[in-house]
Design a protein around this ligand. Structure first.
Ligand code: UFG
Length: 328
């Protein structure tokens, strides 16, 4: 029997990798995406349905057409800096859009829901390893919007029995080792692709956002996880729901933090080229340090984040960077 999964944001960076993993696991990934930041070229592993999360009629059509066994919800605006300047965009699209999707799923009787949340829901808790029971105190509108969706999912479980697996991502990086899909944002805001742009001369230099943080080298620390490991966890999360194990929250990170300067050092080693950079001021909304307590996904889901080392993430991103891109 065909097992369709609605993948919102399937034309984006993480969603497109998820579609590849879902297809490999025997599901049919149905991409639902408004192409506001995604790329139709990235939809390679199943059908494409263009639509907007705020369009309930369109959502109802897609649920009726595919009768999905689950939803994987990636579609969101996800830039911390932008969320500070334009919070309404984040509350409208991320929160109202997700609520519309969740209501459509429940109305269609699709009661398994996998949700992309973020470590940005934890906020700035210095020198703490953040596990799933840590208090959630977001310091930016992006994190606040994702925390609100987590609350909606909890309430919909209480009211209607909707089962959800919530993944709180740390910093997702790298790409498909076969480079069928990869990271391609316009404009790009993420550290590793910007660094590779600077190395290849596509931009003059990387700016380090802040060198006066309370960290050993003064730059922010993040926990980087390979996108292929991340989407593998989603397939495990889907199986968890199909096995009737109920709602659960999982962090997805490695438990190891790297500063911006350490990422620069690794990029230099992997590409064997200098990284042109300048030192700039802090970016509003940035936390000092975000490192995952990552045991739960490993022990309960059987997740094995084997590819999540910086050398492999930067190497896979570099291969894609040199050859891959999408066009509108
Ligand atoms: N950085 C720079 N220069 C740049 C870009 C980034 O120094 O040009 C720094 C940032 O200040 C930060 C680190 O590199 O310390 C990583 O920045 P990214 O923009 O790559 O990632 P973020 O940590 O800001 O955001 C990512 C995801 C969000 C998620 C967040 C949680 O994009 O969706 O992780 O930290 F919420």
């Amino acid at each position: 029997m065909t097992r369709n999964v609605i993948v919102t944001g399937g034309a984006g960076y993480i969603g497109s990798h998820a579609c590849k993993a879902l297809r490999a696991a025997g599901y049919v990934p149905v991409t639902f995406d408004n192409l506001s930041t995604g790329w139709e070229d990235a939809v390679k592993f199943g059908p494409f349905e263009q639509g907007d999360l705020l369009d309930r009629v369109r959502l109802d059509q897609v649920f009726a057409k595919y009768q999905p066994v689950a939803v994987m919800h990636f579609a969101a605006f996800s830039q911390v800096g932008e969320s500070m300047k334009d919070p309404g965009k984040y509350w409208r699209n991320n929160v109202i859009g997700s609520l519309t999707l969740i209501e459509a799923a429940v109305a269609a009787g699709c009661m398994n829901f996998v949700f992309s949340s973020t470590c940005a829901t934890y906020g700035d808790q210095d020198n703490v390893v953040l596990d799933e029971d840590s208090v959630q105190l977001p310091i930016n509108s992006y994190g606040a919007s994702k925390r609100a969706i987590e609350d909606i999912l909890e309430n919909f479980e209480q009211a209607y029995g909707l089962n959800s697996v919530i993944f709180r991502y740390f910093n997702v990086a790298g790409g498909d080792p076969e480079a069928e899909v990869g990271e391609f944002h316009q404009p790009e805001t993420h550290l590793i692709p910007l660094m590779l742009d600077a190395i290849s001369g596509k931009r003059a230099a990387l700016t380090i956002f802040g060198t006066d943080y309370d960290t050993p080298d003064g730059t922010c620390i993040r926990d980087y996880v390979h996108v292929c490991d991340l989407v593998d966890a989603h397939v495990l999360g889907l199986k968890w729901l199909e096995d009737g194990k109920g709602s659960r929250v999982f962090n997805l990170g490695t438990g190891k933090g790297f500063s911006v300067r350490e990422v620069i050092d690794h990029s230099r080693a992997v590409t064997n080229q200098e990284v042109p950079y300048v030192e700039g001021g802090r970016r509003p909304g940035d936390c000092t340090k975000l490192v995952s307590g990552s045991e739960r996904a490993i022990t309960e889901l059987g997740w094995r984040p084997d590819r999540s080392n910086l050398a492999q993430m930067i190497g896979d991103a570099w291969r894609w960077h040199q050859n891959g891109h999408y066009e509108k």
